[in-house]
Design a protein around this ligand. Structure first.
Ligand code: HSE
Length: 312
């Protein structure tokens, strides 16, 4: 029997206008996964930790196991089962890439147990299967940064092509988690509210924001990246109504000095990119503004991290 313990980080997807195309790894929190490869016809997984009781431990519905199984299948391994213990550190359904972290950990652990048989991009494709099991869509903007670290741009889906960008320096990330009622299939619902088509002028504006985001990151210009983050014209307007007080919270963050602010992944958390050292000041203003909308919330401060999934 071979055993490995790995961890994979929380992520923020979309970064405003980069719906399904951009995401970044955070320094904390992380999911931890202990995985063993055993001679067995079946798989077994236990889930514990933050929100662990809300996550399916059915092997064919658990994103860690689905991703790990995809690795074994892809590598042509038969006659072996996986035994796993998933310790959730990334809170589920808050917009911090919880299912992405579990999927990345599962795929990474399985590939490690096989001696690194699959390439990085093959492991990513397997991790995306975990995301599909969790929310019905195999998007990569959480799993890719959770697996590979840094800021990831997804340049193409079919076949998948990604580019790892250097984290912005001189910044911190404020994540504000509001206490709102969450559906079990929150991400699926947050994708269903998006428009099926948009006007050409909206696309033009969105492309401008995306260019600001990408160029801002590549030039390490947080102000430019922040303007891009704040400039989502398609997804954010559709989802804003799912988060009470969102527009006022965003305004408060920008007035308090944030470079940019948007919804974290599919929400309901809201994130702001802020100059290093201003996180507490911006976070407090955002929490106050949520309070004014009758919503309790908490903020946490993070760094963008180069580190993705790793052996513990
Ligand atoms: N790009 C995804 C979305 C991230 O916004 O739905 C959340 O899984």
């Amino acid at each position: 029997m071979r055993t490995v313990e790995v961890s994979a980080p929380a992520t923020i997807a979309n970064l405003g206008p980069g719906y399904d195309l951009m995401g970044m790894a955070l320094d904390s929190p992380r999911d931890f996964l202990r995985a063993s490869l055993i001679k067995s016809a079946s798989d077994e997984i236990e889930v514990e930790g933050i929100g662990g009781d809300t996550i399916s431990a059915e092997p064919d519905q658990n994103s860690s196991m689905v991703a790990a199984r995809a690795v074994l299948r892809r590598a042509g391994v038969t006659g072996y089962g996986l035994k796993m213990l998933l310790k959730k550190g990334v809170p589920p359904r808050m917009g911090m890439g919880s299912s992405g972290a579990s999927s990345a950990a599962g795929a990474f652990a399985a590939n490690f147990l096989l001696g690194g048989t699959l390439s990085e991009i093959e492991v990513l494709e397997c991790a995306m299967e975990g995301e599909r099991a969790a929310c019905g869509s195999a998007h990569a903007d959480n799993v890719a940064p959770s697996l590979l670290g840094g800021i990831i741009a997804i340049l193409r889906y079919d076949p998948i092509k990604v580019m790892k960008l250097r984290p912005l320096v001189g910044v911190e990330v404020v994540e504000v988690a509001p206490e709102v009622e969450l559906a079990q299939d929150k991400t699926r619902l947050a994708r269903e509210v998006l428009p099926a088509s948009v006007m050409l002028r909206t696309v033009v504006s969105q492309m401008g924001s995306f260019a600001l985001l990408l160029m801002g990151i590549m030039r390490n210009d947080p102000k430019m990246a922040g303007e891009g983050i704040s400039g989502d014209r398609i997804v954010e307007p559709a989802r804003a109504k799912l988060i009470p007080g969102f527009l006022e919270v965003k305004k408060a963050a920008l007035e308090a000095g944030a470079h940019g602010c948007s919804i974290s992944g599919a929400g309901p958390s809201v994130f702001a990119l802020v100059p290093q050292g201003m996180g507490t000041q911006v976070g407090e203003r955002m929490v106050d503004q949520f309070s004014a909308a009758g919503v309790r919330s908490k903020f946490s401060l993070h760094k963008i991290s180069e580190e993705g999934a790793k052996v513990v």
